[in-house]
Design a protein. Sequence first.
Length: 119
Amino acid sequence: MASELKPVVNFEESLGILDIRVGRVVSAQPCAETPKPTHRMVIDFGKYGQRVSYGRFTAHPLDEVIGRLVLAVLNFPPRAMGAVVSEVLVLGVQYPGRDSGEATFVSPAVNAKIGSKLF
């Protein structure tokens, strides 16, 4: 575990350039076309439209994924993951007791408005 913090940065040159918004997962299904097991999720960002994301949130049963509010970065370029392309990066943290890279969601604590910006 790292004991050193990264250097101090200012908001405008770090978090200020990322477009992180609240979305709701409207559908999810297992995907076998990626190098590691993932869920293919269609996420509704309100006026920003629906986007497809592939993520290693497989420790969550699909019925816990569908309808969940998530935070995602909308202004990263699409990223190839094997034979598929992920349009947005859903934010997550390491799922306790699972393999490296397997994640749980970073989500609002309350029913936030779809499309709301993280600040």
